[in-house]
Write a protein that binds this ligand. Sequence first.
Ligand SMILES: Nc1ncnc2c1ncn2[C@@H]1O[C@H](COP(=O)(O)OP(=O)(O)OP(=O)(O)O)[C@@H](O)[C@H]1O
Length: 265
Amino acid sequence: MNDIVSLKNVAFRRGENEILQGIDWRIQPDEHWGILGLNGSGKTSLLNIVSGYHFPSSGEVEVLGNLFGKTNLPELRKKIGFVSSSLDRFADFFNKEKVERVIVSGKFASFGIYEQVAPEDWEKADHLLESLRLSYLKGKPYHLLSEGEKRRVLIARALMSDPKMLILDEPCSGLDILSREQFLGVLEEVVGSKCHIIYVTHHIEELVKEITHVLLLKDGEIVAKGPKEDVLKPELLSETYKVPVTVRWEQNRPWLAVKEETTIR
Ligand SMILES: Nc1ncnc2c1ncn2[C@@H]1O[C@H](COP(=O)(O)OP(=O)(O)OP(=O)(O)O)[C@@H](O)[C@H]1O
């Protein structure tokens, strides 16, 4: 079977800045990836390449069977959903829209509904509300939801267009522990819908069982990549985070701590 994502010796430069260098990365079917790295390590730049918003300065990129340079990138972007805490700043566009209308707008990649909605689109929104256990929100204006509910509705909105890949860029930032766990619970449904996840976070405990592989980025280069259990090792994470850390596994989830007696300057 074809790779979902294939990056070969990819570099990304802006002016004098070498933002990404020597990136070799494959995502194969049935893999769901987490990406970890300090602020400025290049995570967002990498996501922007994979989702067809940035073109690499050199190297080869193929995503969902589309070889960059020989493909229509706007068409590729339609197959990729995106949920980010930074989408919150667009929340005003949803204004006082009802939850189900926010979800249906995902089909048109717009912030409101300006096109004819088919009955099956409303049915699909209902189905998504049900499968993500959000039916109790039907009919509620989006702006009245809690932050956690909003993020889960944004997942439903992203799934409305049947994406082949869902990019989650720090989707839990700003959520309390309960909202975070409720959010992470929806990943099971996403994986069940045959959608590939790329999950960027600063908190390794968010790498729940659905996330099978991890890529570590440091200063625009890959420190390690592969199955989660092989990559989330103290030595590799200490290198990535430039601070000595330990990793503890509890209920199949990794937890990070800074090593005792470390003084950080
Ligand atoms: N268009 C650009 N022009 C110049 N420098 C850029 C550009 N985009 C990103 N950079 C720089 O590239 C580096 C990587 O940025 P990027 O946003 O990819 O990092 P990140 O890992 O997503 O960081 P964060 O965790 O803070 O979101 C940073 O030093 C950033 O300032």
